[in-house]
Every structure is written in C-alpha cells, then in structure tokens.
Design a binder for this molecule. Structure first.
Ligand SMILES: Nc1ncnc2c1ncn2[C@@H]1O[C@H](COP(=O)(O)OP(=O)(O)O)[C@@H](O)[C@H]1O
Ligand SMILES: [Mg+2]
Length: 267
C-alpha cells in the first residue's frame, strides 16, 4: 500500500509545462547570469546574481548552507525560472530552451547520490572516474550488486559510481553540487583531472559548476563565486580572492593553518 501510494504520487503529478515555442540550442556556449533574482513562494533567495563563464571553463561556488548555491543550479536547469533578470546561454534566454532538451545536456551529481539496487555495471556501464580501482577489488567486480541485496558502498564509493555514471553521458554542462566532499582530497583531484582531460567521454570538457568548500577544489577554478545571503559578495580567481578580505580569505587562512598544523604534527 505504501509503495502504491508513492507510485500514484508520481503518476498523478501534472505534466510539467514548457514555454510555448521553446526549442533546442547549442549549450556549449558562454553562460551568463544577468541580474538574476529568485525566491520560493515569495521568500527572496537570490538577488542581483551576475557573472559570465566561457564554454569548458570551471566555476566554483563557495557559500554557507542556505546561501542559495543549489537554487542557482536549479535555475540553470529550469527546475524553476528566474523571477527577475535572465540566464543566457550563447546569448539566448534559457526560458526559450526546451526543458527536456536542456536537462538531457546537463549532467547533475547530487550531494547524496542515488544508486539503483542493481549491479555496479548496470549503474554505470563502465567508465573512467577513478572508480575502477575499488570496483575490481570486489569478488564480482562490476557485477557486484549494490544496496540491500548486495554490498554496502561507502559514501565516497557511491559518489564515485554516481560521478562515473554522469560522466558517461556527453554533457555540455556539468554540475557537481557538493559531490566531492564525500571523497578524499586525492580522489577529488583525480576526478577533476579526469574531467579536464576530457576522459569522461573521450571528448570536450563540459562547462562545469562545482559547489565546494574545499580549498584545493576552489583554487583550480577559472572563476570563483562567493555567495552570501543570495548575493554574489565576491567573484574572481584564487589569486585575486586571497588578497581581498572576505569569506574566501577566511576559508583560505583556516584551511592553510590546519594544513600547517597537520604537517608539523607529522614532522
Ligand atoms: N524547494 C524549495 N522550496 C522552498 N524553499 C527552498 C527550496 N529549496 C531551497 N529553499 C530555501 O532557499 C534557501 C537557499 O537554499 P539552497 O539554494 O538549497 O542553499 P544552499 O545550496 O546554498 O545550501 C534556503 O533558505 C532554503 O531553505
Ligand atoms: Mg545546496
């Protein structure tokens, strides 16, 4: 009965409407947020968000919980539409781009990945996201069952399978919403290196959005956005932001101090 209720919740959900006349467009183009404002049920969440990113570049977003990071990524996939301002891809307002098409070209890895209770092979169908090492260690390798009837993967292992699954597709845009925090620093770097080399699908590097508070992840980005209460408080590169007083510099100093402490501890 519980399962039925859940099924009907899905089956009875109204079909999502698209903007009349919306169509397909090349999404491997510059992405621009122009004075974007948004709120859920009238509660303001984002205001005056503006930045531009070039195709293939990486944008990192730093901000406290509730500052609106995931909301920005929701807007980029048209899960909601901006209330004010606009999001342009290649100069075209995304409200004129078909939702279904847009989402088919955007790879999205969530903080809490969902894996099907099937084999790992079925969950991804083999790729290169630095998951091969741990998968081949299982007796059944890629045919290892995941979930209740199989092995319980650690948070980091699950995350790697989820990322691999996303990289298998040919994405124009890739969103890693706090997806790398469950893996160790080394794996984090390996995954990002694999992305840069375009090894995910043997082709071009998608325009990538990474939400993270890990300094090594942020520092490598082409553009860093510091989000505070729904506004972009600072934006720039690592070199620029460490010289400005603000959240980024604070995070930098804390994480650098921790590292120093750790190093002297080991020495
Ligand atoms: N679907 C939703 N409906 C109503 N409020 C939401 C919804 N999603 C997020 N919020 C609210 O919007 C604000 C920003 O949330 P979010 O974008 O998830 O922040 P972050 O990802 O930076 O933690 C928070 O106050 C959150 O409670
Ligand atoms: Mg979030």
């Amino acid at each position: 009965m519980v399962a039925m209720k859940r099924l009907y919740e899905v089956l009875d959900a109204p079909v999502e409407q698209d903007t009349p006349g919306a169509g397909e467009a090349d999404l491997y183009k510059p992405i621009e947020f122009r004075h974007v404002a948004f709120g859920y049920d009238g509660q303001p969440v984002l205001s005056d968000v503006s930045f531009t990113v070039q195709p293939g570049q990486t944008v990192a977003i730093l901000g406290a919980t509730g500052s609106g990071k995931s909301t920005m990524m929701n807007l980029l996939q048209r899960l909601y539409d901006a209330k004010e301002g606009e999001i342009l891809i290649g100069g075209r307002d995304i409200k004129t781009i078909e939702k279904k098409y847009l989402r088919s070209r955007v790879g999205y890895v969530l903080q809490e990945p969902f894996l099907y209770s099937r084999t790992i092979r079925e969950n991804l169908a083999i790729t290169d996201a630095h998951s091969d090492g741990f998968i081949t260690q299982f007796k059944e390798g890629y045919d290892t069952m995941v979930g209740e009837r199989g092995v319980t993967l650690s948070g980091g292992q699950k995350q790697r399978v989820a990322i691999a699954r996303t990289l298998l597709r040919d994405n124009d845009i890739l969103i890693l919403d706090d997806s790398l925090s469950a893996v160790d620093t080394e794996t984090d770097r390996a995954i990002r290196d694999a992305l840069v080399e375009g090894r995910g699908n043997g082709s071009r590097v998608p325009t990538t959005f990474i939400i993270s508070h890990r300094l090594t992840t942020l520092a490598d980005a082409d553009l860093i956005l510091v989000l505070e209460d729904g506004k972009i408080a600072q934006q720039g590169t690592h070199e620029e932001l460490i010289h400005q007083s603000g959240l980024y510099q604070k995070v930098y100093r804390i994480q650098a101090a921790l590292e120093d402490e750790l190093n002297s501890e080991i020495a």
